[in-house]
Design a binder for this molecule. Structure first.
Ligand SMILES: Cc1cc2nc3c(=O)[nH]c(=O)nc-3n(C[C@H](O)[C@H](O)[C@H](O)COP(=O)(O)OP(=O)(O)OC[C@H]3O[C@@H](n4cnc5c(N)ncnc54)[C@H](O)[C@@H]3O)c2cc1C
Length: 391
């Protein structure tokens, strides 16, 4: 049983603790024991379940589109991701992608775009994807080559995107492409591309360490109406970064969920496993490990919920979100590794909880900005503030 005392921290409103409790009960009942042999089908089912139960209403904003509130509640998103991750990594993935995939529409879409997509996202009827990365433009997003050329009332897209979560099962993709208003990051725009649009195809499905739908996308003369552009031409990079400012913090919370589950598993194992005439937890070496795991989790949680709280106050959180993601994902990796070690041979048996967590956590240190990129963001923000005399 996880320690829930963090819900009393001043970052939260009473509604947040109630939300966490209700979701925890729901997840224990509905999704904890699910094992996915067909990952596409499992994801579709989870999106439906999350929509039917009302959880996806927290992934978007504005009540008229089916949201739980008028604005994105970053703390609610983080608590939901943390709780789902503790129960089932694929459920966290399904929830997160509905938010990440529709975040640009939510934050910068026109009223018509919001009305057309957000209610279906919230009900779990339309699956969303976020297509930014390319084979030659991962960490270096501004190097993207996928191009969108204006042709009358349309844009024509040509190029590739890769590592796209929900690729192959999504109903629509928010695609970032070069429109060339200015060089580099200032010449990118965001578009909504519906699955099945002629000229758009899934070039390749990609299998990864912790299976979830993932694909490389190809655009070949893919024509979409200019009304599918999100925000102003040339503002796509800003749209992407605003979306990531919300969801980067939520990656930290997912890592926290994995880490908390690993600590729960480790505590149970350490207090039950007999050896040398006592239990594993009686050894001070084990106690040191448990203490380090718990301290790391609390430190990561403080950074995560500070970033979420700050964003909900309308503050810029570029640095704080990067600190949260860096610390929570790196800490979770260490916590899970320590937990697996306590399980001995059992820790590496396929589909044991700690073995699954060991695979689940790895990609979080890479996507939505690798740890090294988060370090650069933190330092850049510090140096910028110092130069501007803000500190
Ligand atoms: C499971 C998974 C799901 C993903 N889902 C999506 C998605 O839905 N949508 C999407 O658009 N993208 C997605 N991605 C892509 C992800 O965001 C990129 O993989 C990530 O940005 C890194 O890009 P890259 O893989 O090209 O690695 P590279 O850019 O080649 O970086 C490789 C490594 O270089 C190091 N590095 C990078 N920059 C620096 C630096 N300045 N100094 C020192 N070292 C550095 C880091 O260790 C980094 O991990 C996903 C990736 C994975 C693994």
């Amino acid at each position: 049983m996880s320690d829930k005392t963090y819900l009393d921290w001043p970052f939260f409103e009473p509604d947040h603790a109630a939300l966490e409790q209700a979701l925890d009960e729901w997840a224990s009942r509905e999704i904890s024991q699910q094992h996915a042999s067909d990952v596409d089908q499992a994801c579709r089912t989870l999106v439906r379940q999350l929509g039917d139960a009302g959880w996806l209403a927290h992934a978007i904003a504005e009540r008229e589109y089916g949201a739980a509130g008028e604005r994105i509640d970053t703390r609610a998103i983080c608590l939901i991701r943390e709780t789902l991750a503790r129960h089932n990594g694929l459920a966290d993935f399904a929830f997160a992608m509905q938010g990440l995939g529709s975040g640009a529409i939510c934050l910068h879409g026109s009223a018509a775009q919001r009305a057309a997509y957000l209610p279906r996202v919230a009900r779990g009827e339309a699956i969303a994807a976020f297509a930014l990365s390319e084979p030659q433009a991962g960490s270096d997003v501004a190097a993207m080559q996928c191009a969108a050329v204006r042709d009358g009332d349309d844009y024509v897209l040509d190029g590739e995107k890769t590592w796209i979560s929900n690729g192959g099962i999504a109903d629509f993709y928010v695609v970032f492409a070069r429109t060339g208003e200015q060089p580099g990051a200032r010449g990118i725009s965001a578009f909504i591309v519906d699955a099945g649009t002629p000229g758009f195809e899934i070039a390749e499905r990609i299998d990864v360490i912790a299976p979830h739908p993932l694909a490389r996308l190809r655009f070949n003369g893919c024509r979409i109406p200019a009304s599918q552009r999100i925000g102003e031409a040339g503002q796509g990079f800003k749209v992407a970064m605003a979306t990531l400012d919300v969801f980067r913090t939520s990656v930290a919370s997912a890592a926290l969920g994995f880490a908390r589950r690993a600590l729960d598993e480790a505590m149970q194992r350490a207090t039950a496993r007999q050896m040398f005439g006592q239990v594993l937890a009686d050894f001070q070496l084990t106690q040191a490990k448990l203490a380090q795991m718990a301290t790391g989790i609390d430190a990561a949680a403080l950074l995560t919920y500070r970033a979420a709280w700050l964003r909900d106050q309308g503050r810029n959180v570029t640095k704080e979100a990067a600190m949260a993601k860096l610390t929570a994902t790196e800490t979770a990796q260490q916590v899970i590794d320590a937990a697996l070690q306590m399980f001995g041979g059992l820790g590496v048996v396929s589909e044991q909880p700690v073995e699954r967590l060991y695979r689940e956590i790895r990609a979080l240190r890479i996507y939505e900005g690798a740890s090294e990129v988060q370090q650069l963001i933190i330092a850049r923000e510090m140096l910028r503030a110092a130069k501007n005399g803000e500190v």
